[in-house]
Design a protein around this ligand. Structure first.
Ligand code: ADP
Length: 834
């Protein structure tokens, strides 16, 4: 046992005694070795230090001072400032690192921009060769990477050596493959351009790989900012890029803290931000990029449930808990930080866990035999201490092993907090340390309710020997990854990412590639003239010439209501809006919905959750039925649309395409399959496309029926329930649709329609905490407000930026892009074998 390694208090005495015995031995004699009997009587570990000689030599070769890596060169910070990086396991300074200013950010982005055409022109195979070279070089230098990671971050060498670095190499191999296959598998997509990537300190090199590999594979160039506590492996990686001859500027590593990150987020030439870190900073970034058109993926915090059913193998569960919450000192966004255990086995599990915790070993991260290393920084340790105190103040019972932690580094013992109520701070807030809460449940239903009682949704782990039960529970948990009888398992072939306030976007797997591309048509349409809006889309047209064909009968008055929970409902306010036809004459009135109507509609949509739980076949049938009933009323719809648009041919086309589109999504309903990923473990890794939940949709003015159908149908087809604000100018196309819906067996609440003024409705819909996703296809001036409001509950938002979509085009307005935007990918890992 090394000096820094913790020891049980009583065993410590034994050890000291043993040392005395050794000291008695004559210096001339061979050193006294413990006998086999002695070893067996204590079963103590000896020290197993990993050398840091090579790592120190590398740091010394750089004079322990690192600049930015820009355009393939080391570039001194323009402000001349450096900040220290420290070894948290020994509290020793390691190196000084450049602090990035906005000027440095501009330099790095310019270098990435300059490298872009060449990198893209290289093609998939060319890029695959570089990614392959990176993977090979990581493997060749894996021990140096592992040691540097452990001294910079504090994680046990066993983890950096056996988990982080092998996964890094695997990620580059896997994505070398995606680069190679891009022309075939992603042929309808093109790179985004320069991407900005910001990563945290808990898996410094692994997060770098998760970000850099897919970005490069898809033909982007990048600027990556490592976390300020753990910059060193990224700098070694920069050097590796030079070694393999990566073209300058393709990868730029810029150091600094949150201010440097913010400058990168704000840079106008950055087309996408990929961020991993806290939900708080994720929210800042969502707001900072609102309205900019920058693509965004956020992998944020978590409070993942670790669910133990009574038939679970408790010994495996105990090892699972070790991996769930004591892996990387619990500084893992998907850490299983809430144990939920069935009441009947709770005491037995607690007893076993305590026994295991007594034997966990904490200490110098470079000791190969320790289980728990150091906390990354004093501020993080303080946060853990404060939150645990808050937990006990709120009534939790604290349990820690009897041994004490070493004092020469930043250590915190493994901790269980039991007697925790679901609403208490420690059950809700991410502690990001080796601290787990312990709660009980009686039934699977209660377990699921407790598991989902969080604003996060990153991961979950389900323990039961009954696979039927586990696979029934897995889809009901709102989380991006569910591990069955295992935990914290990752692979490059499987996507990872969150639901709800854990963020959006996936990293890994084919699903992760879409974060780094845009549809090819967007690029081809770039700069194409705006589709000329018809007068009826922008304002009132000149009144039509009166026709002289005798006296006309007044039309029968028609006022439509809102459609909420399967019923036509009067608007809360009791006001109507006049809707003009193409000539400016009044065509009808619609209800003027307000915020209360939106709230009612969202509630009705939530109550229609059965829509997602029903079969895809049923959804297909109902969408076909909608198409059938729309076709039945074809001439009626054409007549009304013709009055709205002032163009009978356009009206005819609009109805025909709407019927076709309903057919398209009826067809997709049972065909938008998931996948079984080829992960290298003995595991079936199921990637399921899951409905997002309640979706808000804001329709464009253009194509009042076709755009409405093109947006609503994919959302319904994949099992979402929808609140839609139809075309503000031509809402009657949607309200006429009520009758189609009423005759098509669509369950109440699956589709709710609120007409009215956008400015009165969109703010409530986009800021509503119970709306999980918002699609906004209104005027582009509105996107900023929508994206800002979406930051409240971190709902996914999809706003149209850039070239306007041609709603009549199958390529631009139908298909997989819409289905992908309607779904989350959930990865469920099911290991097999005895
Ligand atoms: P953690 O809780 O993991 O420390 P943070 O969210 O604070 O996570 O930090 C993650 C990364 O985000 C770090 O690289 C940090 O420097 C960066 N960062 C912090 N604040 C901002 C900001 N306002 N804008 C951009 N990046 C930021």
């Amino acid at each position: 046992m090394s000096e820094q390694t913790a020891e049980p208090k009583d065993e410590g005495k034994k050890k000291r005694k043993k040392k005395k015995v050794k000291a008695k031995g004559s210096p001339a004699a061979a050193p006294a070795r413990p006998t086999v009997v002695e070893i067996f009587s204590t079963m103590e570990y000896g020290p197993a230090p990993e050398t840091d000689r090579v790592a120190n030599a590398w740091l010394d070769a750089h004079n322990r001072k690192f600049d930015h890596f820009i355009g393939g060169e080391w570039v001194a910070p323009s402000g001349g400032k450096y900040f220290p990086s420290e070894n948290p396991g020994r509290r020793e300074p390691l190196a000084e690192v450049a602090e990035g200013s906005p000027e440095d950010v501009a330099k790095a982005v310019a270098a990435a921009k300059a490298a872009l055409p060449g990198w893209r022109a290289l093609g998939g195979h060319g890029r695959a060769r570089y990614l392959y070279a990176i993977a090979r070089h990581i493997q060749k230098h894996h021990r140096l990477f592992a040691v540097v990671e452990s001294i910079d971050n504090g994680k046990p060498i066993r983890e950096s050596r056996d988990i982080d670095v092998p996964l890094v190499a695997r990620h580059f191999y896997h994505h070398a493959g995606w680069a190679q296959l891009m022309d075939d598998e992603m042929r309808d997509y093109v790179p985004l351009g320069v991407v900005g990537q910001i990563i945290p300190w808990n898996f410094p090199l692994l997060m770098l790989a998760w970000k850099i590999a897919p970005a490069l594979a898809m033909g982007n160039t990048l600027v990556l900012k490592p976390a300020e506590y753990t910059p060193l492996t990224a700098l070694r990686f920069a050097e590796l890029c030079k070694e393999i001859g990566l073209p300058p500027g393709v990868v730029n590593i810029l150091n600094g803290d949150g201010r440097t990150g913010a400058a990168l987020v704000d840079h106008p030439d950055v087309k996408k931000i990929a961020f991993t870190g806290s939900t708080g900073v994720g929210r800042i970034i969502r707001k900072a990029t609102a309205g900019s058109g920058k693509k965004l993926s956020l992998e944020l915090g978590g409070k993942s449930p670790f669910m133990v059913f009574e038939d679970a193998d408790l010994d495996s569960v105990v090892e699972g808990v070790v991996d769930a919450i004591w892996f990387n000192q619990g500084q893992v966004c998907c850490a299983g930080s809430r144990i939920l255990v069935q009441e009947s086995v709770a005491d037995a599990l607690l007893t076993k866990l305590r026994a295991r915790m007594e034997r966990l070993r904490i200490g110098d991260p470079l000791d190969k035999a320790i289980d728990i290393g150091a906390i990354v920084a004093p501020v993080q340790l303080d946060q853990i201490v404060d939150l645990v105190k808050l937990g006990t103040d709120e009534g939790a019972t604290l349990w820690q092993p009897s041994w004490s932690c070493p004092t020469n580094g930043l250590f915190y013992p493994p901790t269980i907090l039991s007697d925790v109520s679901p609403a208490s701070t420690v059950a809700q807030v991410e502690i990001f340390g080796p601290v787990v809460t312990f709660m009980t449940f009686r039934t699977p239903k209660e377990a699921i309710a407790l598991a989902n009682n969080t604003r996060y949704g990153l991961a979950a782990s389900v323990w039961s020997e009954n696979l039927n039960l586990a696979l029934d529970v897995a889809p009901k948990i709102k989380a991006g990854t569910v591990w069955v009888n295992c935990t914290n398992v990752f692979d490059a072939a499987a996507g990872f990412g969150g639901y709800r306030e854990s963020g959006y976007g996936r990293e890994g797997g084919k699903e992760g590639l879409y974060e780094y591309v845009k549809p090819r048509w967007k690029e081809e349409a770039h700069g194409r003239p705006e589709l000329t809006p018809t007068p009826s889309e922008v304002g009132l047209a000149a009144p039509a010439e009166p026709e002289d064909d005798g006296p006309r009968l007044p039309p029968i008055d028609r006022t439509t209501k809102l459609y909420i929970g399967g019923k036509q409902r009067r608007p809360d306010w009791g006001y109507c809006i006049d809707i003009p036809d193409a000539s400016g004459a009044t065509l009808g009135q619609v209800g003027r919905g307000n915020r209360k109507d939106i709230r009612d509609a969202v509630e009705a949509a939530h109550a229609a959750r059965g829509w997602a739980a029903g079969t895809a076949h049923l959804r297909a049938q109902i969408l076909y039925y909608l198409a059938e009933n729309l076709a039945e009323r074809q001439s009626e719809f054409e007549g009304r649309l013709s009055l709205m648009l002032g163009n009978p041919q356009a009206a005819e086309r609009e109805v025909a395409l709407s019927v076709k589109r309903l057919f398209t999504y009826a067809a997709w309903a049972d065909k938008y399959d998931g996948a079984v990923h080829a992960t290298p473990l003995r595991s079936v890794t199921i990637a399921m496309n899951e409905a997002i939940g309640v979706m808000g949709i804001v329709c464009p003015n253009r194509h009042p029926l076709l755009a409405f159908v093109s947006l609503v149908a994919p959302a319904l087809s994949t099992g979402n329930s929808v609140v839609v604000i139809p075309s503000e100018r031509h809402p009657l196309a949607a309200t006429d649709f009520y009758q189609v819906m009423e005759t098509s067996d669509l369950p109440p609440g699956a589709l709710n329609i609120v007409t009215g003024h956008r400015e009165e409705l969109v703010p409530t819909l986009s800021s509503h905490d119970d709306v999980d996703q918002l699609w906004y296809f209104g005027p582009s001036e509105g996107t900023e407000a929508v994206e800002l409001a979406s930051a409240g509950n971190m709902k996914r938002s999809w706003c149209e930026h850039g070239a306007a979509r041609d709603w009549t085009s199958e390529r631009e307005a139908a298909g997989r892009e819409f289905l992908r935007q309607s779904t989350h990918v959930k990865n469920i890992w099911v290991p097999y074998g005895e």
